[in-house]
Design a protein around this ligand. Structure first.
Ligand code: ADP
Ligand code: MG
Length: 329
């Protein structure tokens, strides 16, 4: 079983950033309002994610780390309309098979916490342990038992950079959650939670925090609905002068996604109105009925498959094209 989990880990766990992603997404799925992310040596030595979510009951800890056990999907029907971030039940067993792993938690309404340790896939016993409501996952010495994978990890700075970039991507989508990051014992970043996730989904404040004041000042607000689709967010105007291939954020139902057809639509909208050849900067959120999009394409879930890709391409193109044309008029 450890071997199967390690093989699965090859798909889910590429580097420390993928561990952080899976664990923070679990925290959010559990309703966390605050997530603490402590890292050492770019996450290779330690990743500790602590949340104040609903927690896991002591007797369910072994289930949480067993393969294909997910509490998020009860039937194939659910898979069609999946709204949580995780749903495959693969992340924890995969991560635990390639690290020294500890899962501590106290379930909401219970007065005792517990911990389950797993060493390179060897599962220990559930042991009582005081813990505030919520969950802490500790991942030490990633790939210590898979030298071939460990060899491919990059320098501390690089791995940390990947983690920070992913956190920025998340912070843009979830301004309601507080994220506190430390590296090698020093606080490095704090994304303050900004209360409820309001209709617009994102505050001007966090946009500035994430992409800089320059972007915030030059960004055009977009919000358009039609055909059961809603596209909202920010796109840079021509006055924004920074090279921005790395400032392209696109979310489908709150999930950050890479989609060539959508990227093309955005680029085309710009090219046709304003600046030829330039890489546009944008933070855009597409909302649609989850049944119109398949998120079950890739284990790491960066990709989606739209049921009506053409319609979505055209909707994105048209919305942005209109918005940009208006600024010129
Ligand atoms: P998935 O997220 O796909 O369900 P995971 O392996 O990531 O699979 O997690 C397995 C299960 O463990 C989850 O379905 C959930 O019930 C539980 N779990 C994991 N992390 C947390 C957390 N931070 N808080 C509460 N429950 C969690
Ligand atoms: Mg998960």
């Amino acid at each position: 079983d450890t071997l199967i989990n390690q093989i699965a880990a090859g798909e889910v766990v590429e580097r420390p950033a993928s561990v952080v992603k899976e664990l923070v997404e679990n925290a959010l799925d559990a309703g966390a309002r605050r997530v603490d992310i402590d890292l050492e040596e770019g996450g290779v030595r330690l990743i500790r994610i602590r949340d104040d979510g609903n927690g896991i009951a002591a007797d369910e800890l072994p289930l949480a780390v067993s393969r294909h056990a997910t509490s998020k999907i009860a039937s194939l029907d659910d898979l069609e309309g999946v709204t949580t971030l995780g749903f495959r039940g693969e992340a924890l067993p995969s991560i635990a098979s390639v690290s020294r792993f500890a899962l501590s938690s106290r379930r909401i309404g219970e007065d005792r916490g517990a911990v389950l340790e797993i060493d390179g896939g060897r599962v220990g016993d559930v042991v009582p342990k005081p813990h505030p409501q919520g969950t802490t996952v500790e991942v030490r010495d990633l790939f210590f038992n898979v030298p071939a994978r460990r060899k491919f990890l990059k320098a501390e700075r690089t791995e940390l950079g990947h983690i920070e970039e992913w956190l920025r991507q998340l912070a843009l989508a979830r301004p309601d959650v507080e994220l506190r990051v430390s590296h090698n014992g020093k606080p490095t970043r704090r994304w303050k939670g900004e209360g409820d996730l309001v209709e617009v989904g994102l505050s001007d404040l966090r946009i500035g925090e994430a992409l800089g004041e320059e972007f915030a000042r030059n960004a055009l607000r977009v919000d358009h609905s039609g055909a059961g689709l809603r596209l909202h967010g920010w796109i840079a105007q021509p006055s924004y002068n920074r090279a921005s291939a790395d400032q392209q954020y696109f979310y489908v139902n709150g999930r950050a996604v890479r989609d060539r057809s959508v990227a093309h639509a955005v680029k085309q909208a710009y090219a046709d109105v304003l600046f030829h050849g330039r890489q546009p900067a944008y933070v855009l959120f597409l909302e649609l009925d989850p049944r119109r999009v398949d998120v079950n394409v890739h284990p790491a879930k960066h990709e989606v498959r739209f049921r009506d890709a053409r319609l979505i391409h055209d909707f994105v193109y048209r919305t942005l094209n209109d918005a940009l044309a208006e600024t010129r008029a």
